[in-house]
Design a protein around this ligand. Structure first.
Ligand SMILES: Nc1ncnc2c1ncn2[C@@H]1O[C@H](COP(=O)(O)OP(=O)(O)O)[C@@H](O)[C@H]1O
Ligand SMILES: [Mg+2]
Length: 292
């Protein structure tokens, strides 16, 4: 952990020395599941008695997400219910919400250098974690159009994909799934042939703005394709407010993190780096909730 942080700082210092544009990074978050490169500050007291948002008609008509608890547990969706298991994601949620509030950010892309870093798992868990924040509306949209990652992890069946929505072949209302009164998932249950062109199109941005105007989310999370695998998300990332870089412990190399961070910084604001899949943590970063 410390070595990773030191190495990152060294890489940034080297870039700055070389006169390269340094990314404005604010690494955060940490713990045994998703973990991060900087020690977390103590979590501020949660807002008590947050008034639940009312569910507008446009939300009510959406089909519900079907919860199969066994599959959810198998797929590491630990934040569905809250409690100690959900603590790492709740910590991440709080940090994201704090930064988003301060900076006025709403569209947050979850990005990784390569596949299997845990973007889709994190996206789904953040959806459930933010869902327990009763006074906020959250959307989680799968923009990794070559995969059905989020639908598979959530064990959902649907007909179409977000690619069909972004090209106006299918309405978002007919496609989206609602969880509770304040979370919407937009999944991929089919593949599209030209994801890169779809994601970079002006139409995609227009459709997204219409969706936001209609459903008025406080946060929109985008599950995105791996940066190294294709140029799918490169064009789209200019449309988000910030990106959270997710790396996998013992899998993602320092070079990959450094290159990904640099690429991201040219496209959007880098909100932070999450080191996921940590097997060993000291517990020094506030995740030992159960022992309070
Ligand atoms: N915090 C974690 N700890 C252990 N395994 C994880 C964690 N997050 C994700 N995984 C596993 O890693 C694999 C890839 O996760 P996934 O979310 O599909 O990655 P991505 O969307 O980045 O390709 C899955 O088998 C998932 O269960
Ligand atoms: Mg995925």
């Amino acid at each position: 952990m410390d070595r990773l942080q030191m190495a990152l700082e060294k890489a940034r210092a080297k870039r700055e020395q070389a006169g390269a544009p340094g990314p404005e990074t604010r690494p955060f978050g940490d713990g045994s599941k998703p973990s991060a490169v900087e020690p977390a500050k103590p979590e501020p007291p949660r807002e008590k008695q947050a008034t639940p948002v009312e569910m507008p008609e446009v939300w009510k008509v959406l089909a519900p997400l079907h919860i199969n608890e066994k599959e959810m547990i198998q797929n590491r969706l630990v934040s569905l219910q809250g409690g100690p298991e959900a603590a790492p994601y709740d910590m991440l949620r709080t940090k994201i919400a704090q930064q988003a509030r301060v900076r006025g950010w709403r569209r947050i892309a979850l990005v990784s250098p390569h596949s299997a870093c845990g973007k889709s798992t994190t996206a789904a868990n953040l959806g459930f974690s933010f869902g327990r924040q009763e006074d906020k509306r959250t959307m989680v949209l799968d923009f990794d159009l070559r995969r059905m990652g989020l639908a598979r992890i959530l064990a959902q069946r649907c007909q179409n994909s977000m690619g069909d929505v972004l090209t106006r072949r299918v309405s978002f209302q007919a496609h989206a799934l609602r969880h509770g009164h304040n979370v919407i998932f937009g999944l991929n249950c089919s593949e599209v042939s030209n994801p890169s062109e779809i994601l970079q199109s002006r139409q995609a941005d227009e459709v997204l703005s219409e969706i936001e105007d209609t459903y008025e989310p406080d946060f929109v999370f985008f599950d995105t394709p791996p940066l190294m695998a294709s140029d799918d998300s490169h064009g789209f990332l200019k449309n988000v407010d910030c990106a959270l870089l997710i790396a996998a412990a013992e899998q993602t190399t320092m070079d990959e993190i450094d290159v990904a961070e640099r690429q991201l910084a040219e496209l959007t604001n880098v909100m932070g780096i999450v080191l996921n899949k940590c097997r060993y943590t000291s517990g020094a970063h506030g995740y030992e909730y159960g022992y309070y």
